[in-house]
Structures are given as C-alpha cells and as structure tokens.
Design a protein around this ligand. Structure first.
Ligand SMILES: [Fe+2]
Length: 180
C-alpha cells in the first residue's frame, strides 16, 4: 500500500526562499529588542566580544560587543547581503556609495562624493547590498555598544582595505578558514 505525502510533508520539502535584506533587517531588529539576550553577551573593556546566533533561512548572525574606541577597519562582505542594528550605545558607520571593481586592482582613488556617514543609536539599524564597503566604530569615549548582525549567504570571505585620504588599498582577502 502506498502512502501519499501529507500537505505538511510537501511543505517541508519545498525549497526555502533565501532571506532578503528586509528579512535580515527584521531579524536584527527583533533580536536587538531582546533585552535578555543582549544582556547575556559578555563584555570586555579591552576588546570586542561576540556570540554566534542562528540567523533566519541559514544566514550567519552575530551578537557583537564594542568597547569604547573599537572598530572594524574598512571591509566588505563579498557577495553577501546583510543588516545590523544597534542594541545598546551608538555605532558610527562610514561607508562608500560606490561600486568597486570586483578584482584586479590594488589601489583605487575614490571620487569626492562617495563618502557617507551615519550614526546608529540604540534601536536603529540598516540593511546593505552586495559589495557594500564600510567601517563600523564605537566612537564613544565611555560607553560600550552592542549590536546584532546578519549576513546571507554566510560570509564566503571579506576583503579588508586600508585608506589614506582618497586612496583605498586592498590589504587582505580573508576566508572563513582564517577565522577558525
Ligand atoms: Fe561589515
């Protein structure tokens, strides 16, 4: 005797749509509002702390603590889209409103009008598309910041840059195996 699949079994086998920027932003908003989770992150005055979270639809998510004066340096997230939200304190994001050439360059002179800056206080966040180039900092002299981040697909790599005035230099391409 054959058994036909129940409707729920069919639904379970259906492909799951990849999470969008809006889905990731919704996730980081809801997670940053979870005060119990936010309070559970160990904070270290000497350096950033992080805890891996389960993001929606197989995305990579992190809870990150930023002591005063810490930051990421300039980087991008390759082909991943993402979102982040400040849960405590204030984060400053410096970003480039420019699409960089994918490969084959070492230094690049930026145009005069590509710099963007935003201050994300607790309860504020943003989503970003592929190849978004930014630097995130806690510029507060005294207050710790905590934020929630999500990326999809899970980060295949990050390109790290240094910057001198208008000149951006590709310093390093990090792969997940470098982070183990
Ligand atoms: Fe980033």
């Amino acid at each position: 005797m054959s058994v036909s699949p129940s409707p729920s079994a069919v639904a379970a086998d259906a492909p799951v749509a990849a999470p969008t920027q809006a889905d990731l932003l919704d996730f980081v908003r809801r997670t940053a509002a979870d005060t119990e989770l936010i309070s559970s992150l160990p904070l270290d005055p000497e350096g950033r702390t992080w805890v891996r979270l389960e993001g929606p639809g197989g995305s990579e998510a992190w809870l990150i603590g930023w002591p005063p004066g810490t930051g990421t340096g300039w980087h991008d997230h390759a082909d991943s889209v993402g979102a982040f939200q400040t849960a405590r304190g204030t984060l400053k994001e410096y970003s480039l409103a420019a699409r960089l050439p994918a490969d084959g360059w070492k230094t690049l002179e930026l145009a005069d009008d590509v710099d963007r800056v935003r201050s994300l206080t607790a309860g504020h966040g943003r989503a970003f598309g592929r190849h978004h180039v930014h630097e995130v900092l806690n510029e507060s002299p005294a207050e710790h910041a905590v934020s929630v981040h999500a990326y999809y697909p899970p980060l295949p790599g990050m390109r790290r840059y240094s910057r001198t005035g208008r000149v951006l230099r590709l310093e390093q391409v990090e792969r997940p195996e470098d982070w183990q």
